[in-house]
Design a protein around this ligand. Structure first.
Ligand code: ZN
Ligand code: ZN
Length: 120
């Protein structure tokens, strides 16, 4: 499995800059295209990994394409951690299945998601 030769970036803008400069690769070692297509599930970009919004949230049960919701019913600012983790696990499963379209992991990212300590 290939890894990025550096990273992770501290901001999405930095990541976009690296991508535009052709510095990022997928797990097969191919350079990622300079611009990412829009994601079909959230209003971000489809960077090749599993979008949390493509999954049902284990915490608030938001269905694919729905934003996470607070217990009050208001739309949450961010995905619930459990949903992000579910997407990470899905990426890991794809990687184990030999999916080579995933972006390579950052140089110092551990292969398994680190267990969270009771935070959501
Ligand atoms: Zn998305
Ligand atoms: Zn949620």
């Amino acid at each position: 499995m290939n890894r990025q030769s550096f990273g992770p970036p501290s901001t999405r803008a930095e990541e976009r800059g690296w991508r535009a400069a052709g510095l990022l690769v997928d797990v097969a070692g191919r350079v990622l295209p300079a611009t990412a297509p829009l994601c079909g599930f959230c209003d971000g970009e489809d960077i090749g990994d599993t979008c949390p919004a493509s999954l049902t949230c284990p915490t608030c049960k938001a269905t694919p394409r729905q934003r996470c919701r607070r217990p009050s019913g208001h739309t949450a600012e961010q995905w619930h951690r459990s949903r992000v983790r579910a997407a990470d696990l899905e990426d890991q499963r794809r990687e184990e299945d030999g999916d080579t379209t995933l972006p390579a992991r950052w140089a110092d990212t551990p292969p398994a998601p680190t267990p969270s300590r009771g935070t959501r």
